[in-house]
Design a protein around this ligand. Sequence first.
Ligand SMILES: [Zn+2]
Length: 240
Amino acid sequence: MYCILKVKGGNKAALIVAAILLIAAILVGILVPDQEPVLDTSAEETSYTLVIDPGHGGIDGGATAADGTKESDINLAIALKLRALAEFYGQDNAMTRQDDSSMSGTESYSEHDDLVNRTGLVNSTENPVLISIHQNCYPTGQPSGPQVIYSSADSSECLGKLTHQNLISKLYPDNRRVAEPASSKLYVLNHVSCPAILVECGFMSNLSDMGKLADSSYQTALSTVLMASFLQYRAGIANT
Ligand SMILES: [Zn+2]
């Protein structure tokens, strides 16, 4: 039996979509009973805002698959499914973008401005936890599988390792990658002060991964694992 918190906000359509996603996730066995996040009343006392950050957007498509699919589109699709689940669970949330646009804010696109504005949104949010969604890419087609990168801020490592382990155990059991601390090149993770992770959901340069990443059911599974991981993290933090 699943423990569902009181829904605090969101419109009816979002709730219906979220319910469909949840049912689909149960059917594909993502939220099995022995892995269900345990939520209790003390967990409700922590009022985090889940900031969902679909990487890239607009003129910046990020990585491109062999078939021309843009990373930015996959990131957004997964992010919107994650938001629907957040609404279903009554989890306060914010998104850095909700359509195919950048956050550059300047007439000619600037990646730096885009990243600064994303960071600003996170840092101006009350009690945020950041989940940034990206896809990996490599010059050869061999590397595959998800990987979570975590910031140096308090408890990011905990959220990162928990999320990575859930992704591996539920979606990619053969993966030998491990969660890793963010390098200095990752601007947002290095400039936010809240718990923050970046999820590389898979490799667009790997044909098998790409087939999954472009599939709506797999995107649903990914977003479900991300939501379940956040809820486990939230409950764990609330109980410490
Ligand atoms: Zn990216």
